[in-house]
Design a protein around this ligand. Sequence first.
Ligand code: FES
Length: 124
Amino acid sequence: MLAMVMQACGGSESKTVDGTVDGYVLDLNTPDFAALQQPGGAVKVTANGEKLLVIRLDASTCMAVSAVCTHAGCDLGVPASGVITCRCHGSRFDTSGHVLKGPATEDLAQVPTVLDGNRLTLKV
Ligand code: FES
């Protein structure tokens, strides 16, 4: 059984959650991940040692991208109005991780996700 440490967006509280051999599972019924029940919601997690932004795009789709800026490695926060902005030097990315504005030139890495009802699996 795998384990992961997750951190809710903007907060300092960490949670340890059990995973499965198929990936890291977020139960969207729990308060830490309830933001992902609605389109536009997002949380910041660490899964398998990787910092990720998990974003609900629409009723049936979630996206997970690296939460580490490709310019110089600063931590990224959750998106606002569909844009992830790096506080260090102002790079901007869309919710799929594509660069909208530099100085970053590389897109954020994507992590496959599987959404099944209120159970989201990150294939980290
Ligand atoms: S580290 Fe993100 S823009 Fe420089």
